[in-house]
Design a protein around this ligand. Structure first.
Ligand SMILES: Nc1ncnc2c1ncn2[C@@H]1O[C@H](COP(=O)(O)OP(=O)(O)OP(=O)(O)O)[C@@H](O)[C@H]1O
Length: 646
């Protein structure tokens, strides 16, 4: 578990306002207008039936993957419990008939005892099968949730960086992690419910048809309206969840502003707590209102249509009772037929309910599958060029341009420069000039929209990106503070040496983090951060040294440091740069810094301006040129010189 040091940077969300100010509202869940005539309704039904049925094999595969034995148990129990209502009804008929026979002195009590025993067996089987169903379902629920979360995590770790920075794709990811783990089992349960009801239905329907085909037809048709209303609300519920996703996300964000340690200081100082709490409450009211309307409408509608079905059921019961009075049927027949009629009726509505449940779950699952089917955009070519065992670190940018997805302005335009192997380069420029973007492209977190980047003369896109990244060690501006021990925080920089304590200690020494770590209660084994256990809180600069140590942990031929000393004190910064020459020995090193005292120590300096290379050369060359770099350098130096006495 880890937390970013700074909030995520996101491109504009699909919802214009941020939720921090402005109207607290979300659009009504409006689905696209569709023609309402019978033919197009039927066509739509066909499409959704086909879609739902198509979703079934995937869910079956998922259930099977989660646990083959539990899937088998659940399926067997389903078949058995499908037959049990018919058996129960038939035994009730036998019992009633033998009681009547005994009363009329046509039979003995022996029959009654045998039938009762048999009845006990069936009732016990019903109880046992229901217990099995509960056990299998709850175990499967756990297993499936784990399987799906695992799949979602594994797939997320493969996806390209841009995916996480788009709000639409982020919503999809959110739904996949939150909703989807429970949906496949609901889908499976609905499907098994469908199977069970179909078995009950099949075994009962024959009986009903034999008394009156008309009766059978009435029982079949009565629950149809209830089904239609169910499926309509099912898809509305899905749309609502989808449209509420941004509002839920904003609520999560507001809640994190008040409940996360890193934000607490600022929210307290500015007195923002009550404001954020109130925003959260107001967003909550809107989201509750929407849910409430839907829940009430959905239930009123299905209950009303359900009453119609009950009315038909009672009419059937009356019809059969009158038939019995007329002497056409025995009392046992009456019981059997009544049970059969009710059962067929509830089976039909059960079939529809199960189907509409499948339909609704399928809509959610579609989101999961769409997420799992999203192809990572930055992948290895079909036959990647093998990475040479020794990378020299000769880097060349050739007319590299790049625009972030959805951004109007290019972050980099026609960037061309070259870094010789083992050279140390400082990248400077105003905020937003494109410095960090340059680093991200070199790590292949994004691909250039134009031009190419060469490593030792080869376009980096020809390599497997994972392989390429093993040759780069980096510290980003928004480095991660892992909630783990000090040793883990450093060791994660090179997983192959996670347990190599001497190497970890050496990395800490190189970053200047060793002294502080040694003073911690359990040294390198002290937990850092306060999320778990009793971790130690470090200062911003101390965290930065740990992040630096993590970068040094990996001994890669290319070293990238994005503002490595932004939080360090003057002494620590001086020490680091004094060491950097030996740390960078034999590696191509690039660092970004806004402090020109450190920048001038680089062999060459690259000045970026509005995404373009403005100047490139040694400190002396750029000073002699007397242009942008010289101006910025003098500006900063002047500020110090003014303070000097004399
Ligand atoms: N993830 C992103 N999505 C969209 N635009 C981005 C993203 N990251 C950066 N940008 C934009 O790209 C431009 C260059 O950003 P970059 O982070 O490279 O600047 P920088 O030179 O590193 O700035 P600083 O000195 O402030 O760190 C900026 O205008 C920024 O708004």
């Amino acid at each position: 578990m880890f937390v970013g040091r700074r909030g995520r940077r996101r491109p504009p969300s699909t919802v214009p306002d941020s939720g921090l100010t402005g109207p607290v509202d979300i659009p009504e869940p409006k689905q696209p207008e569709q023609p309402k005539d019978l033919k197009s309704r039927f066509a739509r039904m066909k499409v959704s039936v086909a879609g739902t049925v198509r979703g079934l094999p995937k869910v079956t595969r998922l259930t099977w993957q989660a646990s083959p034995p539990l899937t088998i148990v659940l399926t067997l129990v389903t078949v058995v419990s499908g037959l049990l209502p018919t058996a129960t009804a038939y035994i009730a008929k036998l019992l009633l008939d033998s009681v009547v026979a005994a009363i009329q002195h046509r039979g003995g009590t022996g029959d009654i005892v045998r039938i009762t025993l048999f009845q006990f067996g069936v009732l016990a089987a019903t109880a046992i099968s229901s217990a099995f169903t509960t056990i299998a379902q709850s175990l499967l629920q756990e297993r499936m949730a784990l399987t799906i979360r695992h799949q979602v995590m594994a797939h997320s770790s493969e996806l390209h960086l841009a995916y996480f920075e788009g709000s639409t794709s982020y919503d999809m990811l959110r739904q996949a992690t939150q909703e989807a783990p429970t949906r496949p089992l609901s889908m499976m349960n609905s499907a098994l419910g469908l199977g069970r009801t179909a078995i009950t239905f099949g075994s009962m329907i024959a009986l009903l048809v034999s008394i009156s085909p008309l009766l059978a037809l009435v029982a079949l048709l009565a629950p149809v309206p209830a089904f239609i209303s169910q499926s309509k609300y099912g898809s509305r519920a899905f749309w609502l969840t989808f449209l509420m996703s941004p509002i839920k996300r904003r609520m999560d964000y507001l809640s994190s502003l008040v409940t996360t340690d890193t934000y607490a200081k600022e929210t307290k100082l500015f007195g923002l707590g009550p404001y954020f709490v109130d925003r959260f409450r107001r967003l909550g009211v809107v989201s509750y209102e929407r849910q409430r309307k839907l829940t009430i409408n959905r239930n009123i509608s299905s209950t009303s249509w359900g009453l119609l079905s009950t009315l038909v059921g009672s009419a059937i019961a009356l019809y059969i009772a009158l038939e019995a009075v007329g002497g056409q049927l025995t009392l046992g027949d009456l019981a059997l037929y009544t049970a059969a009629a009710t059962s067929v009726q509830s089976s039909v509505s059960g079939l529809f309910t199960a189907f509409s449940g499948m339909y609704e779950n399928n809509l959610y699952l579609d989101t999961l599958y769409r997420f799992l089917d999203t192809e990572p955009e930055i992948v290895a070519p079909p036959s990647p060029r093998p990475m040479p065992s020794t990378v020299e670190g000769h880097i060349r940018f050739e007319s590299v341009s790049f625009s972030y997805p959805g951004a109007d302005e290019a972050a980099l335009t026609g960037v061309t420069f070259e870094i010789r192997p083992g050279e140390t380069i400082a990248v400077v420029g105003r905020n937003g000039a494109g410095k960090s973007t340059l680093f991200k492209l070199l790590c292949r977190l994004y691909d250039p929209t134009g031009g190419r980047i060469l490593l030792d003369g080869v376009d980096i896109r020809e390599y497997d990106p994972d392989e390429l990244r093993t040759r780069i060690s980096a510290m980003f501006q928004d480095y991660v503070t892992y909630q783990g021990t000090a040793a883990e925080n450093i060791g994660l920089g090179d997983l192959t040496r996670l347990e190599d304590r001497p190497h970890i200690e050496d990395s800490a020494r190189r970053a200047g983090a060793d002294e502080r770590i040694e003073r911690l209660p359990s040294g390198y084994d002290s937990p850092l951060g306060r999320w778990f256990d009793q971790g130690v809180s470090l200062s911003g600069g101390e965290w930065q040294k740990i992040a630096l140590a993590r970068a040094f942990q990996r001994e890669a031929p290319i070293l990238i440091l994005d503002e490595p000393t932004s939080a360090l004190d003057a002494q620590a910064e001086h020490d680091l740069f004094a060491r950097l020459r030996s740390l960078a020995e034999g590696r191509t090193t690039l660092y970004i810094s806004h402090r020109f005292s450190t920048v001038r120590q680089a062999e060459r300096i690259l000045l970026l301006d509005h995404g373009k290379v403005a100047e490139y050369g040694t400190h002396e060359e750029l000073m002699a040129a007397g242009a942008g770099y010289a101006e910025l350098f003098t500006l900063q130096a002047q500020a110090y010189l003014d303070e000097l006495p004399g």
